[in-house]
Design a protein around this ligand. Structure first.
Ligand SMILES: O=P(O)(O)OP(=O)(O)OP(=O)(O)OC[C@H]1O[C@@H](n2cnc3c(O)ncnc32)[C@H](O)[C@@H]1O
Ligand SMILES: [Mg+2]
Length: 208
């Protein structure tokens, strides 16, 4: 068996634990493995504790989340650290994107903070930004695979659309006039940071 075939067999045998507590992310990650004959479970299904994200990079935090769950399962583990990086704010909120929404994950609060830090709604309109996603997969033997995806775009206020999650209603990817919040899951996946990272990871795994 080639190494890729072996890894695929390991995934089919032991399943894949998605080490995330974000339901929006989980929907997108699950959809990417639909049809692969891999049992998918999430940190929510298994009531895993949420580790504190103490690293200062997306990759550091993705690895930290994957390692925290890897000790609690026999199968493979996949973690995602992602966020919105706004050029004029030096990449903020970046790794702090979830934290800007507060403990109640109040995104209207996060949108207001972004507008304020950009100097008001006129200055905020059209501000350049990117969504970034880093995925870390840990195989049962401890081998780690890393994949990254990024989508460039601009911000719009007030938020538009009820699809997706998090910052989707204020982000318009380049080449579009609609926000991610106004797109179907398949349309968002045609542009998104997470879809790009997943495509890179699937290629590394030999899953077409
Ligand atoms: O850590 P886990 O349990 O995976 O869940 P989380 O929501 O805390 O995830 P992060 O720590 O990676 O924080 C990511 C933040 O960026 C936001 N974000 C990431 N990807 C996004 C996307 O595709 N659309 C909208 N917002 C996104 C998301 O809402 C969070 O506020
Ligand atoms: Mg988190």
């Amino acid at each position: 068996m080639t190494e890729k075939k072996l890894v695929q067999a390991v995934l089919r045998e032991g399943g894949l634990l998605l080490a995330s507590h974000n339901k929006g992310k989980l929907r997108e990650l699950e959809a990417a493995f639909r049809g692969d004959d891999i049992d998918i479970l999430s940190a929510i299904d298994k009531a895993l504790p949420e580790p504190e994200e103490t690293e200062n990079t997306f990759s550091g935090n993705a690895r930290l989340k994957a390692l925290a769950a890897a000790g609690l399962t026999l199968g493979a583990v996949l973690a995602d650290d992602s966020g919105l990086a706004i050029d004029a704010l030096g990449g903020a909120p970046g790794i702090y994107s979830a934290r800007w929404a507060g403990p109640d994950r109040d995104y209207d609060m996060a949108f207001s903070r972004i507008m304020k830090e950009l100097g008001g709604d006129e200055a905020a309109m059209g501000a350049r930004a990117a969504f970034v996603c880093v995925l870390v997969l840990i195989l049962p033997g401890g081998e780690e695979l890393v994949a990254e995806g990024r989508v460039e775009g601009r911000l719009t206020f007030p938020p538009r659309g009820v699809a997706g999650f998090g910052y989707d209603p204020i982000f318009i990817p380049d080449g579009e006039e609609r926000t991610f919040g106004e797109m179907t899951p398949a349309e968002k996946a045609g542009y998104s940071h997470r879809a790009k990272a997943l495509a890179a990871l699937r290629a590394e795994l030999g899953l077409s």
